[in-house]
Design a binder for this molecule. Structure first.
Ligand code: NCD
Length: 301
């Protein structure tokens, strides 16, 4: 049985296979053909934390594959408030559904669920840990603009300490050693040591040079809900605000990504610039999650 818990699980071959499958799913969506490969299958979405894109794109994906969805968008309406453990919830849900997408406020829930579940678990974000399904849609988006085998520069900015999308994506990018990675954040929210590798760039300021030489800028929200010390949050919350003036310093063919939601780190006026790809990135969640559901359920298109 295949679970998706961490970026560590995937070889380069797996990653390329899933990107390729996402492309095929996108072609099915574009053709408007009705797809029924998941007919008779049920996806359960069980989210302990707020979500717009991850949950709804998983649900859209399952609907587009011809399957059905059951959902607890707010676990406060589930037995979690009565003290049920993730293990018990996962055991019960695996009796109802064929695949479970899960989001939790703490690291390790997806792994704990996978230990007892009899159906695949998809980690839709576990606290400040990982968010591997997001990485596939991020990589799929990057692959639409750049050849992943080419020496491009990807610069992560924002909250790199708590930003789980950066954790998983940076791990997956290690399979493409010619890609150069920069981490740009104030020291208090810099990338944790385990994600940093020799040869990476580490900076505290977003300089004009970084803006002008990066092929991909991957911006992130300061994760207010994960700070232990609110003073540290207040100090860093406006560390980087990308306005039109900054984004215009990027190369014309470079892309600006963000997993969303944004708060104020990218001004709305940036949306109209050619580099702004974050809404397209969010849309890519649908074909990618169709691919991931097909992958774990062993469905053929
Ligand atoms: C991110 C998340 O939940 O980690 N959102 C997402 O899934 N697209 C980013 C965030 O919350 O800042």
């Amino acid at each position: 049985m295949k679970h998706i818990i961490s970026a560590d699980q995937f070889s380069k071959k797996d990653i390329l296979e899933i990107i390729n499958l996402s492309k095929k799913m996108d072609e099915i969506l574009a053709s408007k053909k009705v797809c029924k490969i998941a007919e008779g299958k049920i996806l359960a979405t069980f989210f302990y934390e707020p979500s717009t894109r991850t949950r709804l794109s998983f649900e859209t994906a399952m609907n587009r594959l011809g399957g059905k969805v059951i959902s607890t968008s707010n676990v406060n309406f589930s037995s979690v408030t009565k003290g049920e453990t993730i293990e018990d919830s996962a055991k019960v849900l695996s009796g109802y559904a064929d695949v479970i997408a899960l989001r939790s406020p703490e690291i390790g829930y997806a792994e704990r669920a996978a230990k007892v579940s009899t159906v695949p678990i998809l980690n839709g974000g576990d606290g400040a840990g990982e968010h591997p399904t997001q990485s596939f849609l991020d990589l799929y988006t990057i692959s639409k603009y750049f050849d992943l085998e080419q020496p491009i520069i990807i610069s992560f900015i924002g909250d790199l300490k708590y930003g789980r999308t950066v954790h998983s994506l940076s791990k997956m990018l290690r399979h493409f050693p010619q890609i150069k990675i920069n981490f740009i954040a104030p020291e208090e929210i810099q990338i944790p040591a385990k994600y940093f590798k020799e040869g990476d760039g580490k900076f505290h300021e977003l300089t004009d040079e970084i803006l002008a030489t990066s092929d991909v800028i991957y911006d992130t929200r300061i994760q207010k809900e994960r700070f232990e010390d609110m003073e540290v949050y207040e100090k860093n919350k406006s560390a980087f605000i990308l306005t039109k003036k900054e984004v215009e310093k990027m190369k014309e063919e470079a892309i600006l990504m963000h997993p969303l939601p944004r708060v104020d780190e990218i001004s709305p006026e940036v949306d109209e610039l050619p580099q702004a790809k974050y809404f397209e990135q969010a849309r890519n969640g649908v074909p990618t999650r169709m691919a991931l559901i097909a992958y774990v359920l062993g469905l053929n298109i």
